[in-house]
Design a protein around this ligand. Structure first.
Ligand SMILES: C[S@@+](CC[C@H](N)C(=O)[O-])C[C@H]1O[C@@H](n2cnc3c(N)ncnc32)[C@H](O)[C@@H]1O
Length: 270
């Protein structure tokens, strides 16, 4: 029987929990290891909504991509794209708009290896190994240049990734650099963990998380998250908790939408 070591890409430390793989575990994926599962369970003990929150975020991503395709967007740059599970951006986009082009970017070798595997043979989608800390590297990447036409509106997806960038690295400047490279009519899709709704639980979960993972999480206030939209116009309903963003059905919005402590928004560059 194959053990963990048999399915680990080179350079991966399976003894240390990793943000991409903890998230994969919550989504029901199979590309995670014992350290990731242990941490996911420890966080779930502090915050029982963690798995539901991950699933709700993934559903938001699908709604946002469908919204963008209905607005005419045909090309997507998804940074911090994660380990592919179900309802991946290229699947949602290419189903709604055959021929839509998608470039994924991530730093996690497991996410990159599995993305490469599922994208083999798809000429309109690719994954690159690139760090959001260096937006210039992302923008200059030959694969990005091949698949994304910077003369045409594009969708920039920064979904559950900006909270892995420390204030000291100025994530607002990073977003502005990406924004400035995109033409008018482009969209930003953003999801970001927040301390806003339940500060005590959020901070406890953040402490458990940061004790064990390779990349610290930095939850932010609503005002700090709003600043990422500078130079964009938020579309309705603005910056809201995950289930409140254009739900497929009113029944999908729980009585306490802030229980997932993630704020999301979609905005258009005028
Ligand atoms: C919680 S997952 C989100 C995946 C996907 N965007 C989603 O919302 O379903 C966060 C992803 O961001 C990636 N990540 C973290 N820091 C990054 C960085 N500096 N540059 C690129 N990717 C990063 C992680 O490896 C992980 O795959």
């Amino acid at each position: 029987m194959a053990g963990e070591a048999d399915r680990v890409p080179p350079g991966v430390d399976v003894k240390r929990a990793n943000v991409a793989r903890v998230y994969d575990y919550w989504l029901g994926g199979s590309h995670n290891f014992l350290a990731d599962q242990d941490l996911a369970r420890a966080i779930t003990a502090v915050e029982p909504n963690s798995r539901a929150g991950a699933l709700a975020n993934r559903a938001f991503l699908g709604r946002a991509v469908r919204f963008l395709t209905s607005a005419g967007i045909r090309q997507f740059l998804d940074i911090g794209s994660g380990i592919p599970t179900q309802g991946n951006v290229h699947e949602v986009a290419q189903q709604a708009s055959p021929g839509a082009r998608v470039v994924y970017a991530d730093v996690d070798p497991v996410a990159i290896a599995h993305s490469k595997a599922i994208l083999a043979g798809n000429d309109n989608a690719a994954i690159i190994d690139a760090d959001l800390h260096d937006p210039g590297q992302v923008l200059g990447d030959p694969t990005v240049r091949r698949l994304i036409d910077f003369g045409q509106p594009a969708g920039l997806l920064l979904v559950m990734v900006l909270h892995f960038i420390d204030d000291a690295a100025d994530p607002w400047r990073i977003v502005a650099t990406l924004r400035d490279a995109l033409p008018s009519g482009s969209y930003l899709v953003l999801a970001h963990a927040t301390t806003e709704s339940r500060p005590a639980v959020a901070q406890a979960a953040e402490t458990v998380y940061n004790r064990s993972v390779s990349t610290d999480i930095h939850m932010r206030s609503r005002a700090e998250i709003l600043r990422f939209f500078d130079g964009f116009d938020l579309v309705e309903p603005g910056l809201v908790y995950i289930p409140q963003w254009r739900p497929d059905s009113p029944a999908d919005v729980p009585a306490d939408p802030g229980k997932f402590w993630v704020l999301v928004g979609v905005a258009r560059k005028p």
